[in-house]
Design a protein around this ligand. Structure first.
Ligand code: TMP
Length: 210
């Protein structure tokens, strides 16, 4: 099933930690449901039983795999999520809203961890096949600001130095240059309501809400 044969739509939401992805994803799901759309919400890493187990390993503040092993585990979560949830939902005509997807691997492992965006892209091309998102919303914000928003216990990645998060942001911008058609950037320093209005406007422009 290529993109043209898909009955549903695949939307992913990306951005650095604290950018407000989860809030915006929840608002989007409510909005789509209020419009009578059939929606499935999920997240990465996680979203399946195996994925949630792997999430615990990946985000363990006491230490977890880094470098190539880390990239492969994220890819394994993605393969499972696609197979068990995303592909069947798209076939049934659902709109799938996913909080993080491949662009997180490209920005975090590919760029910020220094494995190389292209190497991570090659791995993920194999995992994703034709199931690339129809549209990706990238919530862009200065990490110095977004990290202040995080409360409670920090997971392993959230505890990284500001410098790491600045690299993640740079990485996202590079990934955006590679996929300008698919990735729409929104200024996430704006109030939640305004960010959401812009998000809906982008999805309308992309023909996702028809
Ligand atoms: P979350 O709390 O936004 O769900 O984030 C999970 C963390 O996992 C976040 O710090 C980013 C990281 N991550 C990667 O490094 N690579 C990936 O491919 C994905 C999906 C997440």
């Amino acid at each position: 099933m290529g993109r043209s044969a898909r009955k549903g739509k695949f939307i992913t939401i990306e951005g650095p930690d604290g950018a407000g992805k989860t809030t915006q994803a929840e608002k989007l799901v409510e909005y789509l449901k209020s419009k009578g759309k059939r929606v499935i919400a999920t997240r990465e890493p996680g979203g399946t039983a195996l994925g949630e187990q792997l999430r615990k390993i990946l985000l363990d503040p006491e230490g977890s795999p880094v470098s190539s092993a880390e990239a492969l585990i994220y890819a394994a979560c993605r393969a499972q999520l696609l197979e068990k949830m995303v592909i069947p939902a798209l076939k049934e005509g659902f709109i799938v809203v996913c909080d993080r997807f491949v662009d997180s691997s490209l920005a975090y492992q590919g760029y910020a961890r220094g494995i190389g965006i292209n190497r991570i892209l090659q791995l993920n091309k194999w995992v994703i096949g034709p199931y690339w998102p129809d549209v990706t919303i990238l919530l862009d914000i200065d990490p110095a600001e977004s990290l202040k928003r995080l409360t409670g216990g920090k997971d392993r990645l959230e505890s990284e130095a500001l410098e790491f998060h600045q690299k993640v942001r740079e990485g996202y911008m590079k990934v955006r240059e590679m996929f300008p058609e698919r990735i729409k950037v929104i200024d996430a320093s704006l109030p939640v309501k305004e960010v959401f209005e812009r998000l809906v406007a982008e999805l309308e422009k992309a023909g996702i809400l028809e």
